[in-house]
Design a protein around this ligand. Sequence first.
Ligand SMILES: [Zn+2]
Length: 488
Amino acid sequence: MSTEYIPTIGIEVHAQLETKAKMFCPCSTHYGDQPNSHVCPVCMGMPGSLPRVNRQAVILGLIAARAMRCTIPQTAQFSRKHYFYPDLPKGYQITMYQYPIGTDGVFELLNEQDKIDAGIEIERVHLEEDSGKLIHDAQHGSLIDFNRAGIPLLEIVTKPVLKSSRDTVRYLKELKRTLRFLGISDVNMEEGSFRCEVNISVHLSDTEEFGTKVEVKNLNSFRAVERSIDYEIKRQIGDLKKGIPIQHETRGWDEKEEKTVHQRYKEGAADYRYFPEPDLPDLLIDGEVLDESAFDLEDIPVRRVRALIGRFGVSSYGADLLMSGTGSPEDNPYFIADFFVEAVHTHGAQGTQTANLMIGPIFEYLKKTRKSLDQTELTPKKLAQVVKMVAKDELSSASARMVIDVILEWGGGVMDVVKREGLSEVTDEDELTKLVKQVIEENQQVVEQIRKGKVNAIGALVGVAMKKSGGQANPKLVNEKFQELLLK
Ligand SMILES: [Zn+2]
């Protein structure tokens, strides 16, 4: 029998949807306001109040389910999930149980070769409402803020298919980017709008059956996810080797001690006494909501990144930066990437050079001035023009940066800036010949040495010519001209 253990990991993500109103009432979802200022009889669970489904939440949920290529049912259904805790005023949570809005999906990821791999299998995507928030205060004891109660949540559950903490974090990062780019959630981990729970089990490599799974909560950063998975795998293998069985439990991550700690033993589904929510009709997913949640799958971030790398020759590091979403107008996270694609695709600039200018001087300028790209006069067309001049040796790389900096700060057309700053390189054949011939005439001693075989001395003549041209000659062409006139 093998003694090697294999870990199996599944992830549940809860993301608050970017809607203005709560899931079942018109209260605001705005974060950070005075506690209990966004409440009403519905989200406070008052008897006799009736929930009403927020249409926008359904649309956003469907966009997420479709981005994960889930099967979308014709009808979804809300259920009541009962548990008793002070943050849940009704004594039950309204959530989708038997009939979620998406099942059996695949979430695409790029592998280390920058190719889209088989992806992560998604078990289900469903909608539910958030609970209130308990605040434990030394002076006042435990307080409850119900502003969060009823905020629309999207739950995304993977199948138990992940094998390491590294894969898990890779999945979570891409998921976070996808939800943000598609306008589904602001995915702010600090404000709790993107929360994850990890299910971890280990089993012997020669058995098919999964081990008992342990759920880990309170994971507020990717680092916490990574560390808690690694810790838990080690703990479970250690216990099993000592003959201690694994308990089906919920554990929390203790950031300070860097370990997981027992919180409670896990309820089974029966303990929640699920039943269909009698105050809400079944949710018909018909033509209209399907139309409104339709989008081009090529617009999911992972496919855009792949296109930047594969079609436009950008490095994966560069593609991630172009997709970092430092954006505008109107907070369009694709704004920078679109700007790049327009320069390259529409105006014919070379991809790698354009990307280098964007993630180099342009990003530096935007960061320094806290401006967005649309607040400057740089356009994709101007950027393309600069890149093309460099390619034709009409502008050095250093001059290109300077032209870009001037346009970002002061505006103006590319040629105006090049002329005004005296940056254009002399590439005119006649002018170059004249310059080089003059240098040859004035430096006969060096020329003789070169003709006798001391070819390296050409470097000295190139230096003289460059100085004479005030730095505006193209050194490569000057060098070639010397070779042509002296060595052939
Ligand atoms: Zn309300």
